[in-house]
Design a protein around this ligand. Structure first.
Ligand code: DAT
Ligand code: MG
Length: 140
């Protein structure tokens, strides 16, 4: 399996509850390396661009309001098969369906406020990393 990079967000529901360290521990224990990380607060327009793929979904406005409601931690995770591995560590979108031990099973509050984002494919990972980070900020 190849060394990959994926993009991750620790969402407002998690930063509000001071869960950044506990979530990062899950990534590191699973062998993912945090090679870039910063705390930012997005505007609603910036969240809207990030989630443009969901623009036609009924929850889009609520999603963009939530994602801009408080600080988030944006990060790049590196490791063998990092994209799929991170999706496993995160668990299913709806915490009610998330496997025991996953971040969403342990921490998510609802399907909308579900603690973490993770890229779903190599193309989206590259686009999402480039939206938030300059190349020089990735220190692998
Ligand atoms: P994921 O974050 O697991 O990749 P997704 O890409 O389908 O899930 O959706 C992006 C985000 O949109 C998700 O993390 C939370 C929100 N969302 C998805 N489905 C939703 C729903 N049925 N109701 C409210 N928010 C939802
Ligand atoms: Mg997604």
């Amino acid at each position: 399996m190849a060394l990959e990079r994926t993009f991750s967000i620790i969402k407002p529901d998690a930063t509000r509850r001071n869960l950044t360290g506990k979530i990062n521990a899950k990534f590191e224990e699973a062998g993912l390396r945090i090679i870039a990380q910063k705390r930012i607060q997005m505007t609603k327009a910036q969240a809207g661009t990030f989630y443009a793929v969901h623009a036609e979904r009924p929850f889009y406005d609520e999603l963009c309001t939530f994602m801009s409601s408080a600080p988030v931690v944006v990060q790049v995770l590196e490791g063998e098969g990092a994209i799929a591995k991170n999706r496993e560590i995160m668990g299913a979108t709806n915490p009610a369906d998330a496997a025991p031990g996953t971040i969403r099973a342990e921490f998510a509050e609802s399907v909308g406020e579900n603690s973490v984002h993770g890229s779903d494919a190599p193309e989206t990972a590259a686009e999402e990393i480039a939206y938030f980070f300059a190349g020089l900020e990735l220190v692998g």
